[in-house]
Design a protein around this ligand. Structure first.
Ligand code: BES
Ligand code: MG
Ligand code: ZN
Length: 492
């Protein structure tokens, strides 16, 4: 699938399908509406009126053109109230157009986005958003089935000559973001039996323009990552790996950012075993790792001005005679002892050592991204990622980037009042707190391993996996935060 730009009048281009947009109102407005209507001798407005089409967001009308214009079919898409127009409306529009084009088996389509001269200032952002929605909605996980043939070959987006370079760049950017997101989705969707820690290593080693360093079990033991290792005890045949991925910009780096992704390739809960229903989707428990690998797979194209180091403590959380027992005590790399009262709160154990390791390199900022708590799904559902931080500016910056990409992050407090719940009578910490505020107490646990470094924790337990499809995000792995982190890195 190719996305291209042309500076010609879209009404003159031959294609299987022409798409024009309009706003909501009693009278349908949009600069191509009148032009197409006159070519169709008034048929367009007549039909729209008869069917009470009013250009609401998400509304669309299909017409056959009978040769009145070179395009065979026409699709009019409503973008809603002009005053409320945002980039997300165009992502949704992109997904709608893609779905319709594939339904009518169009081979090539033309999208006339420059439909309203008032919008010319935001046109580049709108074009990128359209392209994002369009491309992201084409995702299919076809590892175990015959892939469906892509019929659509080309989507031409028309624009004015003076915007052509910028629009072309926007399309390129959308394509890069698609690639990173699709890789993350593939990794999440691949079952735990096929996506083992060793397989994550393979994926990390494939990355271009990234230095990858991998520590196997003996090295992890030597580094005394006792918290991480305690989770891996139950996996004797699928050993853990500690993965590092480093990117340095060509010019002097402005800042150094460390990103840790939770990489539990399957979470059974361990001896604090999960009930079967809750285990069904636990292949998604490496969603954080998938996001950092997805991000690193496109970083040499994104070319941020900061150096980026990513870390994954990759392991399964399984049962075996060798697995840790509830009540066992482990010693984390930073020397702290942890009473593991619930083996299902394993993510924080793996992250504890990964964060401590990352912090030893003295990054300016540290971010971790993890499918950490079911409590986060209860609190925020699948559309909001939970955000916690010891630095308001850092979290605000992440929230703002999430806003741009419509991957929303909602701030939760690292409430000091709850810290004492993590006290253990026999160790420095215990790995679970009381029954309430589980997302916050998990965040507080992690905070013990980041020292004074500016750090933010993103709980993607709800957002990494969708049970139901939504516009340009199909059911399954979402690849959440690849686009947001890409944007975040571009702000330096
Ligand atoms: N991987 C789970 C969290 C999770 C739940 C992710 C639902 C995605 C969807 C995590 O390891 C876990 O099991 N957390 C426990 C913590 C509890 C024992 C304190 C939980 O949330 O129940
Ligand atoms: Mg668990
Ligand atoms: Zn987990």
């Amino acid at each position: 699938m190719k996305l291209t730009t042309k500076t010609l009048n879209p009404l003159r281009l031959k294609s299987d399908l022409l798409i024009i947009c309009c706003h909501e109102g009693k009278q349908i407005k949009g600069s191509y509406i009148d032009a197409v209507d006159s070519k169709l001798k008034g048929a367009l407005k007549k039909v729209l009126k008869r069917e009470e089409f009013c250009g609401k967001r998400g509304e669309s009308k299909h017409l056959y053109t009978h040769g009145a214009i070179p395009a065979q079919d026409l699709l009019v898409v409503g973008l809603g109230d002009k005053k409320k127009l945002d980039v997300e409306a165009l992502r949704e529009c992109g997904a709608l157009v893609q779905g319709f084009a594939s339904k009518i088996k169009a081979k090539n389509i033309v999208f006339a986005l420059d439909y309203d001269k008032d919008l010319s200032t935001g046109l580049v952002a709108y074009t990128q958003a359209f392209a994002e929605g369009f491309l992201l909605s084409t995702y299919k996980f076809s590892r175990y089935i015959k892939p469906t043939k892509q019929i659509l070959k080309e989507c031409v987006i028309t624009c004015k000559e003076k915007q052509r370079t910028k629009v072309a760049k926007a399309l390129q950017q959308a394509t890069i973001l698609r690639d990173g997101t699709f890789l993350a989705r593939d990794l999440v969707n691949t079952p735990g039996g096929d996506l083992t820690p060793a397989q994550l290593v393979k994926e990390a080693r494939k990355l271009k323009g990234v230095r990858t360093r991998v520590h196997a079990l003996p090295a992890i033991k030597k580094m005394k990552m006792g918290a991480f290792l305690s989770v891996a005890l139950g996996s004797t045949k699928t050993p853990p790996y500690f993965i590092e991925m480093h990117y340095t910009p060509t010019s002097k780096a402005k800042k150094h950012i460390a990103i840790v992704g939770k990489g539990v390739t399957f979470d059974t809960g361990g001896y604090s075993l999960k009930p079967p229903k809750s285990m069904e989707t636990m292949k998604c428990d490496m969603g954080g790792a998938a996001t950092v690998i997805g991000l690193m797979s496109i970083i040499s194209k994104l070319k941020p001005k900061v150096s980026v180091s990513c870390y994954i403590a990759a392991t399964e959380n399984m049962i075996d005679g060798t697995a840790q027992r509830p009540g066992d005590v482990c010693r984390a790399m930073n020397g702290k002892t942890i009473e593991v009262l619930n083996t299902d709160a394993e993510g924080r154990l793996t992250l504890a050592d990964a964060l401590h390791y990352a912090n030893k390199k003295k990054p300016d900022y540290m971010i971790d991204i993890a499918t950490l708590t079911g409590a986060c799904v209860v609190a925020l559902g699948c559309r909001y990622t939970g955000g916690m931080s010891n630095n308001k500016d850092l979290l605000d910056k992440l929230i703002a980037s999430g806003e741009v990409q419509n991957e929303k992050i909602w701030p939760l407090p690292l409430a000091e009042e709850y810290r004492e719940e993590l006290k253990s009578p026999i160790a420095d910490l215990k790995n679970i707190a009381g029954p309430y505020a589980g997302t916050i107490t998990a965040g507080l646990f992690l905070e013990s391993f980041v020292g004074k470094t500016k750090w933010a924790h993103l709980d993607i337990a709800g957002t990494a996996w969708f049970d139901k499809p939504m516009a340009y995000v199909p059911r399954g792995g979402t690849g959440v935060m690849v686009r947001t982190l890409a944007h975040f890195l571009s702000t330096f």
